[in-house]
Write a protein that binds this ligand. Structure first.
Ligand SMILES: Nc1ncnc2c1ncn2[C@@H]1O[C@H](COP(=O)(O)OP(=O)(O)OP(=O)(O)O)[C@@H](O)[C@H]1O
Length: 653
């Protein structure tokens, strides 16, 4: 039946096998039985599936629920709320096509309520055998006619998710089972739906999966077993490698050729932040070639002697950094430098092969670790099933990555540049000491961090260091908190309201970003902004931290920097100067509070910058890079904006 007055191919009540769906304007409609609801008018168009109960006692309850624009609907026993506007609009078109309203078992009723699932929220559609449809919500009279609560029909299942009421970022898988007396009708709907799902090129088909069996509470394998069925149901092929040792995932990733990696749509890490870091480095280190981070002129490393053009004099304008980055680059290790140089493009372009691969290749993370800050910041929750759904539905978000170049491991070691990439956090002093101490108590599982944290806190060690950072006058309020915490509550409240927290489709992350650009300068946009000046902080510090993301986790619900963004091209340098024990405790307490202000203390400096250098001046601690130990006496770092793409959509706030 053709739609009147529009170009829709409308297939009415009697949709039949083989009937065409024309492009995006096509509509398919039919009457089905929906599990736990009863008879429904079902409509499918390019946005998704919409249904309206034709004859259910729930209908009146749903209409009542409409007062606030929502309705209650049962699906697989999960009571859920929906926004109805779209569904009602779609279905009113359907009602116009139907001559006499809905008639079911002689009872005539017309509900205004409807429900929907968007195509982008459906991860699988399957045909099922002839079997029961539970119609427990039908009126008693109808139940009687049907001799009980079930009828046997041919069925198809639609697999999707609903958002948890209490925690929007948490996705709960749900299944809608639709039944029809004609097998061919079910088959046709499944085929049509699958055609639409297959057209979504953003969804992965083939993934390489690394599982760390030793993550967190050693639940890596169990976690993968729990989410594996989501991947098979979504017809995503997976090659699974359960690691046998630390470093194996890095070795596998770095030894694969680009061609081999191109057989996959991405790689998935089942583990914690440290494991993610390993895979990130295995992906980037041999492929992405970058110039050194810029440094102030008095920062001593061998590139200075060779006239390194990325070196700036203190207070020299950052604009003076030439865009053409020379190829004196510190790579993974000195032995690798010759090969690495060969693929670096002197014009400041990233390697073409890498760029093509990196445009489509994504990294997924299924949390099984002790902290899981990266997954908390990129999906908004720490839930393996939610992460699996983000992956199979092909979500996409870009993530800033910091390149950390170590020039000297210890004061006495040779100058030998060594490079690592970091996705979440690099920290020295307290953070390094906690990770070192916690390694002795790995057997405790995630509790080791609490124990080690307490031990290190009691020791209250501080370290002398010099930090230089490029001040590019970011639009934040002055980030150096040199005021007394108690004196600033009113200002603090103003600042809180100004905080723009990163979220799904974040405006700040998308501002002026061009992921298709191949230039190094587009990955480091803030290095060249007008008026950038090197500034220094020198003295004794309890900790030096560089956060790329908010780093929220179970212990710190807002993270260290609540308004850090996933891909704005900045890191947040947090310098905690030596202070009394009690003051430091107050900072840590603020960190554990939701809505706390851990940075608003006199002894805390906060600088939003694209690059910094660090030199230890006395007794040494170690660095903690994404939870992994990294010894460095002297290092330089820079942020590459949105360098990698994750299977995630950002936190729903
Ligand atoms: N089979 C293995 N045996 C021992 N260690 C492994 C193995 N596979 C990976 N690793 C290492 O385990 C370390 C920690 O892993 P992971 O990050 O998954 O867990 P975690 O430290 O408990 O969590 P988080 O980093 O979130 O705090 C990583 O450095 C990784 O290289």
């Amino acid at each position: 039946m053709e739609g009147e007055g529009n170009d829709c191919a409308f297939m009415g009540e009697d949709s039949h096998p083989g009937a065409p769906l024309h492009g995006n304007s096509s509509i398919l409609s039919s009457t089905f039985f929906l599990d736990h609801v009863g008879e429904v008018s079902l409509v499918f168009n390019s946005d998704g599936l919409f249904w309206e109960p034709i004859n259910s006692p729930n209908a009146s309850a749903m209409v009542e629920g409409e007062v606030d624009g929502d309705c209650g609907c049962y699906s697989n026993g999960n009571k859920r709320k929906h926004s109805l506007r779209k569904g009602i609009m779609q279905l009113s078109a359907l009602e116009m096509k139907r001559p006499d309203g809905s008639i079911c078992f002689g009872i005539k009723s017309r509900s205004k309520a409807a429900s929907e699932i968007k195509l982008s929220d459906i991860y699988a559609v399957e045909l099922s055998h002839h079997g029961p449809i539970h119609i427990t919500n039908l009126p008693h009279a109808t139940e009687h006619l049907l001799f009980g609560n079930d009828i046997k029909l041919y069925r198809f299942m639609v697999y999707g998710f609903i958002r948890s009421k209490n925690q929007l970022s948490q996705w709960i898988p749900t299944t809608y089972t639709f039944g029809h007396k004609d097998f061919r009708v079910c088959e046709m709907w499944v085929n049509k739906l699958n055609v639409f799902l297959d057209r979504d090129v953003g969804r992965p088909r083939n993934l390489l999966v690394f599982v760390n069996p030793k993550s967190g509470k050693r639940n890596g394998c169990k976690t993968w077993e729990a989410v594996g069925p989501i991947f098979s149901r979504a017809k995503v092929e997976t090659k699974v490698i359960v690691t046998k040792r630390a470093g194996q995932a890095l070795d596998v990733m770095s030894s694969m050729t680009n061609k081999e990696l191109n057989n996959y749509d991405g790689v998935v890490a089942v583990g914690g932040d440290g494991f993610f870091n390993e895979i990130l480095n295995g992906f980037l280190s041999p492929r992405f070639k970058a110039p050194n981070p810029p440094t102030p002129s008095d920062f001593v490393h061998p590139a200075d002697d060779n006239g390194d053009s990325s070196v700036l004099k203190e207070n020299e304008s950052a604009q003076e950094i030439p865009e053409q980055c020379e190829d004196k680059i510190p790579f993974i290790s000195s032995e690798d430098q010759s090969t690495a140089k060969a693929s670096y493009n002197i014009s400041g372009e990233t390697d073409d092969e890498f760029h093509i691969l990196n445009q489509r290749f994504r990294i997924g993370l299924i949390p099984a670790g002790s902290t899981d800050a990266i997954v908390m910041c990129t999906t908004g929750t720490r839930d393996a099933v939610t992460s699996a759904l983000h992956i199979v539905l092909g979500k996409r978000v870009r993530l800033d990555i910091a390149q950390i170049v170590r020039w000297k491991a210890t004061p006495r070691s040779e100058i030998q540049p060594y490079m690592r990439y970091t996705a979440s956090f690099a920290g020295y002093g307290f953070y390094g000491d906690v990770i070192t101490e916690s390694e002795n108590y790995r057997w405790m599982g995630p509790k080791r961090y609490d124990y080690a944290g307490t031990m290190v806190f009691l020791k209250h060690r501080s370290y002398e260091a010099e930090i230089a950072y490029l001040d590019v006058g970011s639009d934040e309020p002055n980030l150096t908190s040199k005021r007394r915490h108690e004196d600033n509550m009113s200002e603090l409240n103003t600042r809180k309201s100004e905080r723009r927290v990163c979220c799904v489709d974040c405006k700040i992350c998308n501002e002026n970003s061009d992921p298709t650009s191949t230039g190094i300068s587009s990955l480091t946009p803030h290095l060249y902004s007008e008026g950038g000046k090197w500034k220094k902080s020198k003295g004794r510090f309890l900790s030096v931290g560089a956060a790329l993301i908010s780093c929220r986790n179970d212990k710190a619900p807002d993270g260290l920097v609540v308004d850090a963004h996933l891909s704005d091209g900045f890191l947040h340098l947090i310098l905690i100067r030596e202070c009394p024990h009690a003051s430091y405790l107050r900072h840590l307490i603020q960190l554990t509070k939701s809505g706390g202000s851990p940075l608003n203390f006199q002894f805390v400096e906060h600088h939003k910058t694209p690059t910094f250098t660090f030199t230890s001046m006395g007794k040494e601690s170690v660095w903690n890079l994404d939870g992994e130990i990294f010894e460095a006496h002297q290092l330089s770092a820079q942020v590459f904006r949105g360098l990698v793409c994750l299977f995630a959509s950002g936190p729903q706030v």
